[in-house]
Design a protein. Structure first.
Lengths: 723, 149
């Protein structure tokens, strides 16, 4: 089967020409230069298509949402393929095609900083297998032994005769050959494309306005829709009055979906939005209307002292050791609900007929979107398809398919008509799956010399798995509640060796949906642990770095030392400036940050500089890691400074950027990234650094002001002298 | 039917006069490079130039535009050549998800037109656009690079 037949469908191919070299060529714009899909061109394998003109199309299953996974994965395939990087472009296979082909592209899910670390092996093999097939085809054509041929820069060379042939010239013949069973992957030491600071493959269209996001997608006959769901998550629609709205210009249809939302379909979004504003709705919110941030906090506080809790990490006898300690230190921290606030509000386009349902959208999980489409349409998965578009931000939000479901339900009301369902920013802000709110009570026992001999951490708060994936709970426990504090593992293991340790979780689940939010539970767990380590160092009268290094395991310690060395930690700083530090392991990588801050007498915080170290194991693109690290501080510090979703009468109070502030360029500190790869594992980089942003800054603030901020966001705390 | 001057051309459109310019550009004229982010002039994703000044088109009723000249991201490149800001954006690999970048490029282009060599403070004041991927460090560097180009 040739995949182009099915992939050539309108709206499917979302390719981009490589821009490398474009600068020196005077920026010829690739208008109209989408990836050509001649039906005659056969793939070498699922990952690689080579056209007769040598153009290389690499198929990427993970979703690009700014994190650079697309470019990194292409680098890994191209490295093994030995192709010319300037000839590389890319495309998304569809989730439906993946299922038809026995999941040849494996996992589409794009979250957990997984793109590279979990697909590197098979995508590199895809490139290597294609290369071997190209070499074999050339050798066959020349009638020479394969061993005498080698490949580089999209050409095969016969060593003995010096003959060469381009990939494009032998690709068709190579596609007929049996793929080799075993291929040897290159030693990363020999990498020429991977490991290099190459530019992204998806930039040009993003600076010319040509890039099509879900919000921009259109097709003939498309109508626009918008939705208002019950402002109280979990509430129902009692009834609605659309008499006035129905008569408004452009309005085509107004109806309820899922028993909890009203949809207006109109010619344009603006007409739909204006009409929806004129629809009167009555909601049934029942007891949920009594829930507020105060009641949620009371629930979590109760959990801090509760008898029952799930044990996530235990060594020795923490309680006994604390009882016998020379000194006891205790502190309680809290972390609010937060919103992802992708720049592009949720949206999806769907077209439904009795025997087919198609969806065009940005999604972090094409297969989950396909499943949601199938369920909403009431059609088998084989009769549904999802065409992935560029995401205007994901951060975990677009891993959930609630907006896909709504678009399909809306399209079902008007069979045959493509419906683009757009959430207003207000709808988006109030119907998220939020970063869970948690609290932590930390209790430590120190010996007479100030050594940490015992530590208890009681986490209390919401479980993401209970909210979104209850089937993944383990005997009721949510293992990912312990991210960053886990006993072991390659994901998010605890870095300190403490002889007596007890970390447990009292699960308390309010009705607000909790979900994956870039960095997930590592974020608050790092605040709790890393701020408390500074409190312990202070109680022991010791330096926070020296104190940590007594307990940190080697890889955790090394990355912290690297950040501190680069930042000049311990050396004199300009008057009024202070350093704060933090480290964590998350998403397979080891990261640390040093924040340099000052706080004026009237309480104004200035974050001057961040020095961040990352050990991601193997480095696939150092320039993109730099950007992920700098961006992680924007994300993490936005949350630390301002991020707070509050609840009143059961509903989220914040509605837009005027009530949910985020960092802008004037608050952006200078971020310096230090890469300290040990080249012995594969870690992710999209998320881990976020977790060190808040604790590094909070620790620096404590040094600057003597105030220990234990409740986020910072905006709720007065840093003024004497306050 | 009414007329707007967009990207150097007189264009016809049909919309309620109160419709924000943003939605006329996107839905009537097919100029989807200008993005919807907040609808309340906070995020800057919808930034266009009106008579050369950066304006948040989500909060400008189309009937207030009159005969003023509207320029969108689609018209910054001329004869296939990117402008200085766009070139610097590509050279420094600024965009991540890219959704806010049309607005960023429009705001930065207007800044350079007003101040050929902006200081960091000028950049802080002019570039109030929100980017959630956190490209601010690259945005600042690219504006300085473009000023020198």
């Amino acid at each position: 089967m040739t995949i182009q037949t099915s992939l050539g469908r309108r709206g499917f191919v979302v390719g981009g020409a490589a821009v490398a070299g474009g600068f020196s060529l005077g920026f010829r714009l690739p208008f109209g230069e989408s990836v050509a899909h001649a039906q005659s061109v056969k793939e070498l394998n699922a990952w690689v298509v080579i056209h007769p003109d040598d153009k290389v199309v690499i198929r990427i299953a993970r979703s690009e949402m700014g994190q650079g996974t697309l470019t990194g994965l292409c680098q890994l395939v191209a490295e093994e393929l030995e192709c010319d990087w300037n000839k590389v472009s890319w495309e998304y296979p569809t989730p439906g095609e993946n299922l038809k082909r026995n999941r040849v592209w494996r996992n589409f899910s794009t979250g957990g900083s997984r793109g590279i670390r979990e697909s590197q092996q098979y995508v590199r093999e895809g490139g290597a297998i294609a290369r071997e097939m190209l070499i074999a085809a050339a050798a066959k054509q020349w009638n020479v032994p394969v061993a005498e041929c080698s490949a580089a820069d999209s050409k095969i060379t016969h060593k003995t005769s010096g003959k060469t042939v381009t990939y494009g010239a032998v690709a068709a013949a190579a596609a007929q050959l049996e793929p080799p069973k075993d291929v040897k992957l290159k030693d990363p030491k020999d990498w020429k494309i991977a490991g290099k600071p190459l530019k992204r493959l998806d930039t040009i269209d993003k600076v010319t306005g040509k890039q099509i996001y879900g919000m921009d997608y259109t097709m003939p006959g498309l109508l626009n829709a918008t939705v208002r769901a019950c402002p109280v998550i979990g509430g129902k629609l009692k009834d609605f009055d659309a008499a006035k709205a129905e008569k408004m210009p452009g309005v085509k249809k107004i109806f309820a979906i899922d028993g909890n939302a009203v949809v207006v379909v109109a010619d344009t979004y603006w007409q739909a939005k204006t009409a929806l504003d004129a629809v009167n709705t009555n909601w049934d919110i029942g007891e949920l209307g009594k829930v507020s941030t105060e009641t949620i906090n009371a629930m979590l506080k109760e959990g801090l002292e509760a008898k029952e809790a799930f044990v996530g990490n235990k060594t020795g006898d923490a309680q006994k050791a604390i009882d016998g300690a020379a000194k006891k230190v205790e502190a309680t921290y809290s972390f609010p609900y937060q919103h992802h606030v992708t720049m592009e509000p949720m949206n999806a386009t769907a077209r439904y007929t009795a025997d087919k349902c198609e969806v065009w959208c940005g999604t972090q999980n094409g297969e989950a979107a396909l499943a949601a489409a199938s369920e909403a349409a009431g059609l088998p998965v084989a009769k549904c398809e999802v065409y992935k578009l560029m995401l205007g931000g994901g951060f975990g939000r677009r891993g959930r398919s609630d907006y896909v479901r709504q678009a399909v339900l809306a399209a079902k009301e008007m069979p045959g008509t493509p419906i683009k369902l757009i959430w207003s920013r207000e709808e988006d802000m109030t119907h998220c799956q939020y970063h869970p709110t948690t609290m932590a009570k930390l209790t430590a026992g120190l010996d007479a010399q100030g050594n940490l001999i015992s530590l208890q951490i009681r986490l209390s708060g919401q479980s993401i798995l209970a909210s979104l994936l209850p089937q993944n709970l383990v005997n009721g426990m949510d293992p990912i509640a312990f991210q960053g504090l886990m006993q072991s593992g390659v994901e998010a293991a605890y870095g300190y060796d403490v002889p007596n340790l007890m970390i447990d979780h009292a699960m308390r689940n309010p009705h607000i949906t909790a979900g994956f939010w870039r960095g997930v539970n590592v974020n608050q767990n790092a605040v709790y642990m890393e701020c408390f380590m500074d409190e312990l160092a202070a109680a022991a009268g010791q330096d926070p770095l020296a104190y940590r290094l007594k307990y940190l395991k080697p890889k955790w310690a090394a990355v912290l030392k690297a950040a501190c060395d680069k930042a000049g930690y311990g050396k004199p700083l300009p008057e009024g400036r202070f350093h704060g530090i933090a480290q964590v392991m998350g998403y397979g990588s080891y990261v640390a940050g040093v924040a340099e801050v000052s706080v004026s007498a009237d309480g104004q915080l200035k974050i001057h500089k961040i020095t961040a170290a990352t050990n991601p194991g193997h480095v696939v693109n150092p320039a993109q890691i730099d950007r992920q690290v700098a961006g992680s501080f924007v994300y993490g510090l936005s949350a630390a400074l301002y991020g707070e979703i509050t609840v009143k009468d059961g509903a989220v109070e914040q509605t837009n950027f005027d009530t949910y502030n985020v960092m802008r360029i004037d608050e952006m500190p200078d971020v310096e990234t230090v890469l300290v790869p040990t080249n012995d594992f594969w870690g992710g980089v999209g998320e881990p650094t976020i977790a060190v942003a808040a604790p590094a800054v909070l620790n620096a603030i404590a040094k600057a002001t003597g105030k220990r901020v234990r409740n986020l966001p910072l905006m709720n705390n007065d840093l003024k002298k004497g306050a | 039917m009414a007329v707007l001057n967009v990207n150097g051309k007189a264009v016809d459109y049909t919309a309620d006069p109160e419709t924000p310019l943003l939605w006329v550009l996107r839905e009537q004229l097919g100029l989807t490079g200008t993005k919807y982010g907040c609808g309340i002039a906070q995020c800057g994703s919808c930034t266009v130039h009106i008579d050369g000044s950066p304006v948040r088109s989500c909060s400008v009723p189309v009937n207030a535009v009159g005969t003023q000249k509207v320029v969108t991201i689609e018209a910054l490149a001329e004869n296939g050549m990117l402008n200085k800001i766009q070139k610097a954006w590509v050279e420094l690999d600024v965009p991540q998800c890219g959704y806010c970048q049309s607005g960023m490029v429009m705001a930065a282009t207007a800044l350079l037109a007003a101040k050929a060599n902006p200081t960091d403070k000028d950049i802080d004041e002019a570039m109030t656009n929100i980017c959630r991927c956190g490209t601010y460090q690259q945005v600042r560097a690219a504006i300085h690079a473009a000023a020198k180009a």
